[in-house]
Design a protein around this ligand. Structure first.
Ligand SMILES: CC[C@@H](C(=O)O)C(=O)SCCNC(=O)CCNC(=O)[C@H](O)C(C)(C)COP(=O)(O)OP(=O)(O)OC[C@H]1O[C@@H](n2cnc3c(N)ncnc32)[C@H](O)[C@@H]1OP(=O)(O)O
Ligand SMILES: [Co+2]
Length: 133
């Protein structure tokens, strides 16, 4: 784990939250991207060296729709940048964490991603991200 890659925030309405975060951070999102396989529409903001990902559900089966129905809007996951996601998945499995997808999948913003179950990480959904070169 090299650094925090982004913080994911679940929102009900991406357009409204883009305006809110633009007011908060003083910059517009640098990118919007739909990731159909995850059932999400996303936008990304930079704050200094740090990245924030806003996620809106694009269908009712989306993890974001379920999360908002249970807990409301708010921090949904913390993503860590890794150099080699396959090696990191193997290391974390060996340490006893529950990896939700053992085969990395395509995420947003040019990343391969994998998730750890929040039940094994003090209630925090952890995402691993490896940049696709
Ligand atoms: C845009 C792509 C990518 C990127 O490039 O950055 C993303 O960020 S995609 C983000 C959306 N995708 C995911 O979240 C995929 C991983 N998540 C999952 O596989 C599931 O959401 C889950 C974590 C396995 C939960 O699914 P499920 O068991 O079907 O949902 P429940 O609602 O029944 O939840 C069970 C249990 O877990 C708690 N929970 C769920 N989500 C979270 C969360 N984000 N943070 C903390 N806890 C979470 C939920 O509250 C339930 O707890 P209990 O009620 O105590 O049982
Ligand atoms: Co994410």
């Amino acid at each position: 784990m090299r650094k925090i890659e982004h913080i994911g925030i679940a929102v009900k309405n991406l357009e409204e939250s883009n305006l809110l975060f633009e007011k908060l951070l003083g910059v517009p999102p640098y990118k919007e991207e739909a990731v159909e396989s995850e059932g999400v529409n996303t936008s990304f903001f930079m704050n200094g060296p740090n990245k924030i990902e806003l996620l809106e559900a694009s269908d009712s089966n989306s993890p974001i729709a379920k999360f908002i129905a249970k807990k409301g809007e708010g921090i949904h996951h913390i993503a860590f940048d890794v150099e080699n996601i396959v090696a990191e998945i193997a290391r974390l499995k060996n340490e006893g964490f529950t990896v939700l997808n053992e085969t990395p999948k395509k995420g947003a913003d040019n990343k391969l991603v994998a998730f750890l179950h929040p039940k094994g990480t003090n209630g925090i959904l952890v995402e691993l991200c490896q940049e696709i070169k």
